[in-house]
Design a protein. Sequence first.
Length: 328
Amino acid sequence: MAFPGTGKIWMNGRLVEWKDATIHIASHVIHYGSGVFEGARCYATPRGSACFRLDAHMRRLQHSMKIYRMEYALDLSGWQQAVLDTIRANQLKACYIRPIVYRGYEALGVNPFPCPVDAAILLWDWGAYLGQEALEEGCDVKISSWARMAPNTLPATAKSSANYANSGLSKMEAITDGYTEAIALDVYGNISEGSGQNIFLVRDRTIHTPPIASSILGGITRDSVMTLARDLGFSVQETVLPRESLYVADEVFVVGTAAEVTPIRSVDKIVIGGGRRGPVTEALQRAFFDVINGKVPDVHGWLTYVYPEEGSLRSADKKVESGLSARG
Ligand SMILES: Cc1ncc(COP(=O)(O)O)c(C=O)c1O
């Protein structure tokens, strides 16, 4: 989906126009992938706009930064405030949220330390990532010929820009071969994750998903879906899963901030279950969409409302000026 090219972007504590949100070609991140980022969403609910698990996303950003030895002058509440201020400044009701922390312009040796740690927060409108139809009909995936990163190479639990070189290879292969998405195995041949989603399978009404040690990103949607599944009375097992367990599953689905909860109807052209969304997937999809759309009480405290009162939209810019103090 192409960008509309308008709106304000938060860059090191300042709001700049979309067209002016540029960095130098000699920035370290462009050459060496030295960035970490997040992907979160804000939804329009009947009680107003609400970010889903903003605290968990910004905590994961801090963990990614820590792994890559990046320091920045914002604490957890400062990061959350910066996101909320940016949404208010853009007066958006619903959006995708992309904070990124990266090594900027100073020198181009491999050593990232001399380069400043810079940050930005971008917002845009992003619909169903794997297509609206896929949410009901399911999509067709293949097992990637590219393995996910081996342990102790690139850390999979850090949401680093560099990891998406691997995701991109899998995704391009899948598209070239006529599939919607790729599922990668880890270097031991067990199921890892999609190019931008975690994966679940259902067998005899028990839900299984690979553990963190299977080279996955610890997804916030994954955690939410496991919680909702247990709320609904399902047994959920985090367990190492061989490739072929996908082929014989009753249901398979992928989850992520962008993909939300999307059923898989075939893997390597082998039809899964009935070849369309199964009943467990449907129940979890409904539970997830009910929470994010504010249709049920927020019993887990997952929603952060953006506009404390609906009438506060007009005073948003004032709040931004006062709330932005990171690097001025
Ligand atoms: C590689 C990868 N795995 C899993 C996920 C799902 O994570 P989350 O649910 O936190 O969006 C993503 C989404 O960004 C991802 O890129």
